[in-house]
Design a protein around this ligand. Structure first.
Ligand SMILES: NC(=O)C1=CN([C@@H]2O[C@H](COP(=O)(O)OP(=O)(O)OC[C@H]3O[C@@H](n4cnc5c(N)ncnc54)[C@H](O)[C@@H]3O)[C@@H](O)[C@H]2O)C=CC1
Ligand SMILES: O=C(CO)[C@H](O)[C@H](O)COP(=O)(O)O
Length: 304
């Protein structure tokens, strides 16, 4: 298969690499010329615009968008639209708002797959978990690509119609926020509690057989190993928040109580408005560092 990939940042380059390694051809474009050069070094055919990418793909186009959610997706689709028809398939692998995905699916001539992607740059070697929404035929058509980008055949599935892939990923991220918050609270208590504990040792011990072992807990272990027991200069400031906000808004609309997810989101907002003395809340500092662990997001730091 030949796949066009638009957006070659932390996640898009991984899509290129994994699809290439599975034996498929890739045509790659990004606004950043250096990113295009990196993809070309990995064996992709470079394109110098979205239109050039579409023209190089010929008939029955299969295109994967991996750009930031929002205007960048609409911009790429606007450029692609004159070159698309009903035999073509566009996958949006980013963290788009599910209602935007429903709108885009209705307005494009191509079949549109909204694909929630989890695993982050740190999970590149293992492959991603992919939650796909959209027409069944288009999902089936892209299975060889999903097999390559995901951990394997078990790492992806069709969730349902348009929007459902990004809806499931939105809720996944709400869960992610709450898990980070609860690990943070536990380690905050241990860091300030009765015993002088080695938190890396605690995390490692928990990761070996304990009920609460998980990848996020492995990333806690890594954070203590790399930053030190008290997380060094990692600031009490947690960035991001869009997917968690949508989760809470949807929960309100559906009258489903999600107090843990809301609390985790509120802690993020509070971390950005309070700038007190000292290192700040340990729970939020750990959440800050975990976002680097799974997503390679920049870590806000405080002056020593
Ligand atoms: N980093 C992570 O852990 C995860 C990210 N995502 C989502 O995947 C998407 C991409 O994320 P990252 O790769 O981390 O972002 P990134 O910021 O590393 O890369 C985005 C790339 O898109 C390019 N770009 C922006 N607008 C463009 C356009 N109109 N045409 C062509 N290229 C354009 C940028 O130059 C950049 O290279 C986002 O929606 C993000 O929320 C999803 C799961 C995990
Ligand atoms: O989707 C992801 C992980 O699953 C991305 O890393 C996302 O950026 C996480 O959300 P936030 O930026 O709000 O912390």
């Amino acid at each position: 298969m030949q796949l066009g990939v638009v957006g070659l940042g932390r996640m898009g380059q991984i899509v290129v690499d994994r699809v290439r390694e599975a034996g498929h051809d890739v045509v790659a474009f990004d606004l950043d010329e250096q990113a295009v050069a990196t993809a070309a070094d990995a064996g992709a055919t470079p394109a110098d615009s979205v239109v050039d990418l579409a023209e190089r793909l010929g008939g029955d186009k299969r295109i994967w968008l991996m750009v930031p959610a929002g205007d960048a997706v609409d911009a790429a689709l606007d450029d692609l639209e004159p070159h698309l028809d009903s035999d073509d398939v566009v996958v949006d692998g980013g963290n788009s708002y599910f209602e935007d995905s429903v709108r885009r699916a209705e307005s494009t001539d191509a079949a549109y797959l909204d694909c929630g992607t989890s695993g982050g740059p740190a999970g590149a070697e293992l492959g991603f978990s992919l939650m796909v929404g959209g027409p069944e035929w288009a999902y089936e058509e892209l299975v060889p690509v999903f097999d390559a980008v995901a951990t394997g055949p078990e790492g992806h599935d069709r969730m349902g119609p348009a929007g459902s892939g990004h809806y499931v990923k939105m809720v996944h991220n709400g869960v992610e926020y709450a898990l980070m918050q609860t690990y943070g609270e536990g380690f905050e208590l241990l860091a300030n509690g009765r015993y002088d504990l080695d938190l890396e040792s605690v995390a490692r011990t928990w990761n070996n057989g304990a009920v609460i072992r998980s990848w996020l807990l492995e990333l806690c272990e890594e954070a203590f190993a790399e930053e030190g027991n008290h997380l060094g200069t990692v600031a009490d400031r947690v960035e991001g928040g869009s997917t968690g906000t949508w989760t809470v808004q949807e929960a309100l609309e559906q009258e489903v109580p999600v107090p843990l997810i809301y609390q985790a989101l509120a802690e993020r907002f509070d971390s950005r408005s309070s700038g007190g003395e000292g290192p700040g809340r340990f729970s939020r500092r750990l959440a800050n560092r975990l976002r680097y662990g799974f997503g390679r997001h920049e870590v806000p730091r405080r002056e020593e």
